[in-house]
Design a binder for this molecule. Sequence first.
Ligand SMILES: *Cc1c(COP(=O)(O)O)cnc(C)c1O
Length: 458
Amino acid sequence: MSNHPEIPYKIYLEESEMPKAWYNVRADMKNKPAPLLNPATHQPMSAEDLSAVFCKELVDQELDNDNAYIAIPQEIRDFYKMYRPSPLVRAYCLEKRLQTPAKIYYKFEGNNTSGSHKLNSAIAQAYYAKSQGLKGVTTETGAGQWGTALSMACSYFELDCKVYMVKVSYEQKPFRREVMRTYGASVTPSPSETTEVGKRILAAHPGTGGSLGCAISEAVETAVSTPGYRYVLGSVLNQVLLHQSVIGLETKAALDKYGIKPDMIIGCAGGGSNLGGLISPFVGEMLRGEASYDIVAVEPASCPSFTRGKFAYDYCDTGMVCPLAKMYTLGSNFIPAPNHAGGLRYHGMSPVLSQLYHDGLMRAVSVPQTEVFAAAEEFARVEGILPAPESSHAIKVALDEAKRCKETGEEKTIVFGLTGTGYFDMYAYEKFHDGLMSDYIPTDEELQASFATLPQVD
Ligand SMILES: *Cc1c(COP(=O)(O)O)cnc(C)c1O
C-alpha cells in the first residue's frame, strides 16, 4: 500500500504555486537540437529570416538555447488561471480495478473548452502577436484541437484568426468548425481558392480532401502575403515545447509537495509538444546528473516516427515552403493509412525530443490503434474521463506497465500525461465498438519509398 496515505485523489496547486517562468530544457542540453535550415540555401535560418513568418518574440524563444527560465508574462499567467493549475490525479480507482501495487498518476489537460493542452501555447503565441501590434495570425488545423485553442486565444486578445482546416476534417467534424467560429475565427477548408498554392493543388488534384501539409502551405502563404499577419504552429517547434513546460513544472511541483518521485513518465507523441512539456523539468534533472527516470514516448504503429523513422533533416510541410528541421521523420510526404483514426499523424517529431531520444535520455514504443481504443475504454469505465485517442496511447502503455507490476509485485510510481478529451472523436470510437477498426502498419518498402524523398543536406 501507499507510503503516503494522505495523498488526495487530486493534487491541486495553489494559484500562488503556479509557475512564473517556463523552463527551457535546451539550456541544459549538451547536444543542442540542430538549427532550422532555409529550404532553398540549406543555411541556418537567422532571426531575420524567421521574422517574416513568425512573431519577433517567438523567434527569440525559438533560437534561445541558453536561458533556462523565461518569465511568463502576467497577461498569460492571468489567462492560465482560468483553467490552470490542472489537476494531477492519483488513479486510485484504476489501481484498485487492476489490483496493481503500482501507483498511477495522470496530469489532466482536458479541462478547458479546446479539450487539450494546446491552449497553453496558443495563448502565449496570441499574446506575443498582440504585443507586436499585429492584426492577426494564420494557422492550419487537422483534427481541430489546435485551431480551437488558437481561436479561443485570439478572441481573448482581440486578434483576427484565419484557420485552414483540412477539407475532410472540415466536412467530418462540423462541430469543431462551429466552436472555432463561435470564438470568431474564420475557417477555410483546405485546399482552397484563396491562395496560389491552394489553386495549384486543386488544379492538379480536383476534389482532393486535403492534407495537413497542404494546409500549412496555405496558412504560411496567407501570413507572408497579408500585412500585419504572422503564421503560428501548435507543435514541433522549440517555442511550443517551452510553453508546454508549464505541464511538467506543475506536475513536478505537485509531486514534490508530497515527496513523490516517479519511476516512469509516459506521454503520447505526435509532434512532441505535450511530451516535451511534461518531461522537460525531469529531463533537466537527468541532464544535470541529479536524478534518473524511465521516460517513454508512445506513438501509433501506423505513424512510427521515433521507432522506425530516420534522424535527418526534412521538410516540415508537404509544400516544402517551411524551414528544414533535423528530426526523427518518416519523410514529408508520408501519410498514415486512411483507416488510422487515432491522431498523432504528423510525419516528423520535435527537434528537441529527437535529440534527447538520439542521446538515449528517453525511449519510445509504438502501439496499434485497436489496443489504444481498448485501453481508452478500460480507463474511461473506471476513471470517468472520456480520453482523446491521442492521449490513450499513453494510457495503453501505463496500463500495460501497471499490469506487469501486478505480476512482479513492483510498487512502481507511474506518471502519464492525459492530454485531452475525446468528445469529437466519437466516429472513431464507433468504428472501434462496431469492430470496423483495423491496424494498418506501414511496410518497410513503404517507408523506404518515403525516405527516398528526404532532402540531401550535408
Ligand atoms: C495535438 C494533440 C496531441 C499531440 O500533439 P503533441 O504535440 O505531440 O503533444 C496529443 N493529445 C491531444 C489531445 C492533442 O490535441
